[in-house]
Design a protein around this ligand. Structure first.
Ligand SMILES: Cc1cc2nc3c(=O)[nH]c(=O)nc-3n(C[C@H](O)[C@H](O)[C@H](O)COP(=O)(O)OP(=O)(O)OC[C@H]3O[C@@H](n4cnc5c(N)ncnc54)[C@H](O)[C@@H]3O)c2cc1C
Length: 327
């Protein structure tokens, strides 16, 4: 049986950040991910300057596709506004692989299925043993399912559904656009150009609102890409979008049981106004590592539930998930 001080399940931003800090503190760390890296992760790939700061990553030292936008173009029901808020775009395929390699941790491709407790240790699939177990496996994280799901079930009001694709495309407008509640969509749509000739386009909505309307995001796709074409943003005939769902920030109470921790999407931390998940994943990875290394309390109550601090952010949060989502 292979042994490590800490095993991190999932090598996305939450897992790689936690592994990086544990490794830097001298722990023997093993990351298990069911995917071989670099791997595709459905994501618009928009990151804030705060994420780069938390990762202690100077954009000049990042060797892959990286763009900076000085403003976001927001559109809602015919009105448009340019919001001055510097942001970046990356490609998750590259970004996650870079962070995982940088962590210095040993990485093995393995899909975690069964986790057992053996005294003060955890045993995974009868093959791996550790004292500390970090769940960073995203929405379907096996650590969440084993130790947290029954005692801390997810709030279905906070489930967001997405439908998107990243395509190779020679874009001619280097601006990031977001449309809210457009054409009857109970959610938002995005256009995020990437360096080196890629663009990510997609749709997101609260799953419960779509269900109520007996709809699916695919029903809105053709109209959305027609709009992109009409605005001269993307003219592409071979779309094959796919979907994924994750959870927005609710009451994130129970995130540690013994020496098992959950982080990132496994804990349901994405912001309620912009559905930003990379930032909270990184922050929770840092906090879990600090708890393991220094024995600090592991609480995610300090992680913001909104990306912005404006009135608009509060309106978006209440429009997306509503007040019931808080209970
Ligand atoms: C379409 C879409 C667009 C988005 N756009 C943005 C955006 O622009 N900006 C932003 O900030 N956030 C965005 N998000 C949210 C963001 O992608 C997530 O919140 C973020 O990736 C969470 O990071 P994580 O490390 O917790 O999980 P993930 O990045 O999902 O990583 C989890 C890892 O765990 C592995 N894993 C899963 N199960 C197992 C298992 N059983 N055994 C082993 N390994 C396992 C997976 O292979 C994966 O590598 C978007 C999400 C979606 C779906």
């Amino acid at each position: 049986m292979k042994q490590a001080d800490a095993i991190v399940v999932g090598g996305g931003p939450a897992g790689s950040t936690c592994a990086w800090k544990l490794k830097a503190a001298g722990l023997d760390v093993l990351v298990l991910d069911r995917a071989g890296f670099p791997r595709t992760k459905l994501c618009a790939g928009w990151v804030t300057p705060k994420v780069m700061a938390n990762l202690e990553l100077d954009p000049r030292d990042y060797p892959h596709s990286f763009m900076t936008f000085d403003e976001l173009h927001l559109h809602c029901k015919g009105f448009s506004k340019k919001l001055h808020a510097p942001q970046h775009s990356i490609r998750r395929l590259e970004f996650d692989d870079f962070l995982l390699r940088r962590s210095g941790a040993e990485v093995l491709q393995h899909e975690v299925k069964g986790i057992e407790v053996a005294g003060t240790d955890y045993i995974i699939d009868d093959a791996y043993r550790c004292k500390y177990l970090v769940g960073a496996g995203g929405t379907r994280c096996p650590v969440y399912r084993t130790f947290f799901r029954s005692v801390s079930p997810r709030n279905y009001w906070l489930q967001t559904a997405t439908y998107e694709q990243e395509i190779p495309y020679r874009w001619n407008q280097a601006a990031c656009h977001l449309w809210f509640f457009d054409g009857g969509l109970p959610g938002y749509a995005w256009y995020v150009p990437k360096a080196n000739g890629f663009v990510n386009v997609g749709l997101g909505s609260m799953a419960v609102q779509l269900k109520r309307r007996k709809g699916h995001l695919r029903d809105h796709w053709d109209r959305f890409v027609g709009k992109l074409e009409g605005r001269g943003l993307v003219d592409y005939k071979h779309f094959h979008p796919t979907g994924y769902s994750y959870y927005l920030h609710g009451n994130v109470d129970l995130v540690r049981q013994g020496n098992a921790f959950i982080t990132g999407d496994a804990a349901g931390l994405a912001t309620r106004d912009m559905c930003e998940g990379i930032g909270p994943a990184v922050e929770s990875g840092l906090l879990a590592a600090a708890a393991i290394v220094s024995g600090t309390e592991y609480t995610l109550s300090g992680i913001a539930s909104l990306t912005g601090s404006t009135f608009l952010s509060r309106i978006l949060a209440s429009k997306f998930a509503g007040t019931r989502a808080l209970h």
